[in-house]
Design a protein around this ligand. Structure first.
Ligand SMILES: NC(=O)c1ccc[n+]([C@@H]2O[C@H](COP(=O)([O-])OP(=O)(O)OC[C@H]3O[C@@H](n4cnc5c(N)ncnc54)[C@H](O)[C@@H]3O)[C@@H](O)[C@H]2O)c1
Ligand SMILES: [Zn+2]
Length: 404
């Protein structure tokens, strides 16, 4: 008997058939698909009462929205008027929006996702305010804080509605727009976390105005990354506009964020593995060493800076292996440096007790994090990535030496 997707197989009672006991299993095939969708809006001054973007995303599913707001501590310090702007917006839209309590300020930066202290704090506040899973959590901040708050939102009653307003370049072009969250634990980056699409993302360009130059530049690394593996024309543009990007030209910055976000979203949507069940992770070009370098440098290196070094390393490696020509390699390294990103760091020189170069342990740790077979994306041309399944450590040592 078959009923839609569910197949039933009726099994005769074993005792009725014979005296011999036969063990049979019943299998019911369960299968369904979920369509997931969320908007990513690009705007400015999201808390100006005349800007309808936030109100729209908060009221799309229900009439009146209960909203708790969480703000990254670094952002709150840099923009002391932000909490009152939030209050003003909710007051102006009081018929549709209810602000639950005062905006909660939590620690920002990598510390936010070191363990579960921010997660615990947000969850405690959600329960104290008797929020339910139809209510909204609006999180304003950098990628690290969004990862921790996103994890809390995914856990609360098994998942509540999360609206992210990323406030760094890296969070607007990458970390804040995707489907992942997580915290570092047990000495492992992103050891705990879930795949949980947000309800919506609002990229407010004005939130970036107080971002330190170093963080602005760090966020450009993910744009270079996605251009290198997906879009040669975008890389040409970055190369041409490197000086404008480095000096925070606003038109160039808006474009680089939007194009980078579009390419990331297209990948999540179209590459067939949004929850990364396979071993391949093309968007993690440059990341096997980046994750390790972040930890080895005790987070002195920003994520984007570590990715820049990781890309430089894997680009030089690809050239030494004969996969990428010398001119393309030089172009990539020059562009990374021209936007102000580092090509090397002292953490590359660290060794472990057995004399092995510590960063090379990142290869095996990367495999463990992905599960299954090691799969690393390298470049075969600007704009085109290729997957490989092993890394020759002798050549990688030479690549490290050449980075200086
Ligand atoms: N979930 C994902 O898919 C994903 C993808 C890429 C990266 N990430 C994670 O993102 C994190 C890096 O995020 P990031 O680069 O945004 O850095 P970050 O979150 O560490 O923020 C950097 C610093 O800027 C401060 N800050 C934030 N916004 C500010 C503003 N507008 N003005 C002034 N200060 C501000 C923060 O308090 C922090 O001190 C890493 O932990 C990385 O693993 C996650
Ligand atoms: Zn990254």
């Amino acid at each position: 008997m078959s009923d839609g997707n569910v197949a039933h197989r009726l099994v005769q009672c074993p005792l009725m058939k014979s005296n011999r006991r036969e063990l049979e299993s019943v299998r019911v095939d369960q299968r369904f698909a979920l369509e997931l969708a969320y908007p990513v809006l690009f705007t400015e001054q999201m808390f100006e009462s005349g800007n309808g973007a936030l109100r729209e995303v908060l009221t799309a599913d229900s009439g009146r929205a209960r909203v708790m707001v969480v703000i990254d501590g670094g952002l709150a310090d840099a923009q002391p008027d932000l909490a009152s702007a939030v209050r003003g917006y909710f007051a102006a839209h009081a018929t549709a929006l209810e602000l639950v309590g005062e905006p909660l300020v939590v620690q920002g930066g990598e510390q936010a996702k070191s363990g579960t202290h921010v997660v615990d704090r947000v969850l405690a506040q959600l329960f104290a305010a008797r929020m339910d899973r139809h209510a909204y959590l609006l999180a304003l901040g950098g990628g690290a804080m969004l990862d921790a708050v996103g994890y809390a939102a995914a856990l609360f009653h098994r998942g509540m509605r999360l609206v992210r307003a990323p406030s760094t370049v890296l969070a607007q072009d990458d970390a804040g727009i995707g489907v992942k969250n997580g915290v570092n634990a047990f000495g492992v980056k992103n050891a705990l976390g879930t795949f949980a699409p947000p309800h919506a993302v609002i990229n407010d360009f004005d939130l970036l105005r107080t971002l330190p130059l170093r963080d602005h530049i760090a966020g450009l690394a993910e744009a270079i990354k996605v251009a290198l593996i997906r879009d040669a024309a975008f890389f040409d543009w970055i190369e041409r506009e490197a000086d404008a990007l480095r000096s925070r030209d606003s038109e160039a910055t808006r474009y680089v964020i939007q194009r980078c976000a579009e390419l990331h979203l297209a990948h999540i949507r179209g590459a067939g593995d949004p929850y990364e069940t396979g071993s391949a992770r093309p968007l993690d070009f440059g990341h096997w060493s980046a994750h390790k370098l972040e930890l080895l440098s005790e987070h002195q290196l920003r994520h984007g800076e570590a990715v820049a070094i990781g890309m430089a390393l894997d680009t030089r490696y690809a050239q030494l292996r004969g996969a990428l020509d010398e001119a393309a390699c030089e172009r990539v390294l020059r562009t990374i440096a021209r936007v102000g990103l580092p090509l090397t760091h002292s953490a590359l020189a660290l060794t472990e007790a057995d004399g092995k170069r510590a960063v090379l342990r990142g290869i095996e740790e990367f495999r463990e994090h992905l599960g299954g077979r090691l799969t690393v994306t390298l470049l075969e041309a600007v704009g085109r990535g290729v997957e490989v399944h092993d890394i020759d450590e002798v050549t990688m040592e030479r690549a490290i030496a050449l980075l200086g």
